[in-house]
Ligand binder design. Structure first.
Ligand SMILES: [Zn+2]
Length: 68
């Protein structure tokens, strides 16, 4: 079972989805996101790896905002 890190098409928030899922509700804005259409930033083999990648992507985004 693989996991995806996707970007919400509405609010731009990052969250995890399972590869076999078609849609996922964004935890930030509550909109239904079509995983086949959403932008995928990364994929992972398991939930642990996925959450690690997600944390890294989020911290990179925060650092990027601070340095601008
Ligand atoms: Zn959203």
């Amino acid at each position: 079972m693989s996991f995806l890190i996707v970007v919400c098409s509405k609010c731009g928030g990052l969250f995890l989805g399972r590869a076999e899922q078609k849609t996922r509700t964004c935890p930030y804005c509550g909109s239904k996101v079509d995983l086949s259409k959403a932008k995928r930033l990364a994929s992972a083999e398991n939930a642990y790896e996925a959450s690690k990648i997600l944390r890294k992507l989020k911290s990179d985004a925060i650092q990027g905002e601070k340095s601008v």
